[in-house]
Design a protein around this ligand. Structure first.
Ligand SMILES: *[C@@H]1O[C@H](CO)[C@@H](O)[C@H](O)[C@H]1NC(C)=O
Ligand SMILES: *[C@@H]1O[C@H](CO)[C@@H](O)[C@H](O)[C@H]1NC(C)=O
Ligand SMILES: *[C@@H]1O[C@H](CO)[C@@H](O)[C@H](O)[C@H]1NC(C)=O
Ligand SMILES: *[C@@H]1O[C@H](CO)[C@@H](O)[C@H](O)[C@H]1NC(C)=O
Ligand SMILES: *[C@@H]1O[C@H](CO)[C@@H](O)[C@H](O)[C@H]1NC(C)=O
Length: 401
């Protein structure tokens, strides 16, 4: 109790949450079944054009910009109504231990999987957009494999506005989310320190936690950063030369920044226009979201080692539709415009704790190793060819240092 009081004083935590009233943690079960018939009804009734207007192609990289191909959308629509089974998805989702808690005025939903090993490292996994806590489920399975010498206690929260967490209030920023999640780990769950992993918006929040809470965040791993890629000229100015493979990644990042950020501008500026237009339109949400899943991931999606199957896409979009969070999740862009959320200006985190980075070949932004070394105490940088998750020993070793 005393420790908690001191920690709460140290971090200047929300006045409502003193040690005398540690927020209660309540078990939570996902049950969205009552909305499924309406969703399937709408999907089945939505008409699409008979033929493509222009010669569009399924885009395997960032260079084709006509967006979602009609044939792909039609085939996903068909799969959604004929073979997608939300009950099965929900059973798999509920195989993990879910909880909610109230921190200040925010309801925070999270998965908490405790290791049986006493000295397990607490690890918080932070998702992005257009995903949700669901993004981390495959990673969870890997991390939970029993290995008594390297075990993790895993926490997967839903960002405010996503899944089952309450929407972000006015004037709320990703920095507030960083404080919220540090409170979750330290005050609510009682950990003294922990490690962070983040991707996309989760890397914006995670980097803020790494920067702000340098006594409690003992290691941070990312596969995305809160910065836009630099141009080839800017890299050259910094004396950073690229290999042939890196140059392809750099080109992909430039393609993305030049032609792939229409959604970003829309969500950062007039978010409600698209948010309300698609609020009760599952097929519309599918077109908006699935296009991102498709062009931002392994072009071999649906085959080989890729985990990005049609079913994976459909369950993510179903999660948005069924939780009615399409609009509130997109608000993260409006509330954290460029410079406040993702930034063109690289800055070093105020910490000496170890930083780890996994560079995935098909990521849509690219950060060469020497650039990542400018933002923190980089102890590990690895190239990942496909969706293979970082080996757990890497973050485990970094944490021990
Ligand atoms: C979900 O809630 C409905 C009532 O709305 C209930 O009939 C059903 O058993 C619940 N399912 C689960 C998995 O809890
Ligand atoms: C991207 O796609 C276009 C069109 O399919 C193709 O010509 C180009 O070679 C691709 N680029 C890469 C880097 O795969
Ligand atoms: C959907 O999944 C549930 C749970 O696994 C199963 O009981 C049910 O038979 C499935 N429905 C269909 C139509 O396959
Ligand atoms: C646990 O991890 C260590 C380090 O990677 C490895 O040497 C060991 O074989 C693993 N043990 C099991 C049971 O997987
Ligand atoms: C945390 O930040 C403070 C202030 O910037 C700095 O003095 C301290 O060395 C940092 N601690 C660690 C462990 O990096």
């Amino acid at each position: 109790m005393r420790t908690l009081l001191l920690l709460s004083a140290y971090f200047g935590l929300l006045s409502e949450t003193s040690a005398a009233s540690i927020p209660a943690v309540k078990p939570f079960t996902v049950n969205l079944s009552s909305r499924v018939p309406h969703m399937l009804d709408l999907i089945g009734k939505t008409t699409l054009p008979a033929a493509e207007l222009a010669a569009a192609h399924a885009s395997l990289n960032m260079s084709l910009t006509t967006g979602m191909p009609l044939d792909t959308l039609k085939s996903l629509q068909n799969e959604w109504v004929t073979s997608f089974n939300w009950t099965r998805e929900e059973e798999q989702i509920n195989a993990y231990n879910h909880f909610t808690t109230q921190i200040g005025h925010q309801t925070v939903h999270f998965i908490h999987e405790k290791s049986k090993v006493p000295n397990a490292i607490p690890l918080i996994l932070l998702h992005g957009w257009p995903g949700s806590f669901l993004e981390m489920v495959h990673l969870l399975d890997q991390l939970m494999l029993s290995n008594s010498s390297q075990a993790f206690d895993i926490v997967v929260p839903s960002l405010p506005g996503f899944g089952f967490s309450s929407p972000a209030p006015n004037e709320w920023s990703t920095s507030d989310t960083a404080t919220l999640f540090n409170t979750l780990m330290i005050q609510v769950l009682g950990y003294k320190s922990y490690a962070v992993h983040g991707t996309d918006w989760g890397s914006v929040v995670g980097f803020d936690m790494y920067d702000q809470f340098n006594n409690t965040v003992k290691a941070a791993h990312f596969n995305f950063l809160p910065f836009f890629s630099l141009t080839p000229e800017q890299l050259t100015d910094q004396g950073i030369a690229l290999t042939a493979a890196e140059a392809i990644q750099e080109q992909r990042a430039m393609d993305f920044e030049n032609s792939g950020i229409g959604y970003y501008m829309e969500q950062a500026t007039t978010v409600n226009t698209v948010g309300l237009a698609l609020y009760d339109n599952p097929l519309g949400q599918l077109s908006w979201i699935a296009e991102k899943f498709i062009i931002w991931s392994d072009p071999r999606r649906g085959t080989g080692p890729s985990l990005v199957t049609n079913n994976e896409i459909l369950r993510h979009v179903s999660m948005y539709y069924l939780t009615q969070t399409f609009d509130s999740a997109a608000f993260i862009y409006a509330q954290n415009p460029t410079g406040k959320g993702f930034s063109y200006t690289y800055r070093r985190a105020r910490t000496n704790q170890p930083l780890l980075y996994s560079n995935f070949q098909w990521n849509m932004l690219f950060y060469p190793e020497r650039l990542v070394a400018t933002i923190g105490n980089l102890v590990y940088y690895n190239y990942r060819k496909t969706i293979v998750y970082p080996k757990r020993f890497t973050i485990w070793e970094a944490y021990q240092e």
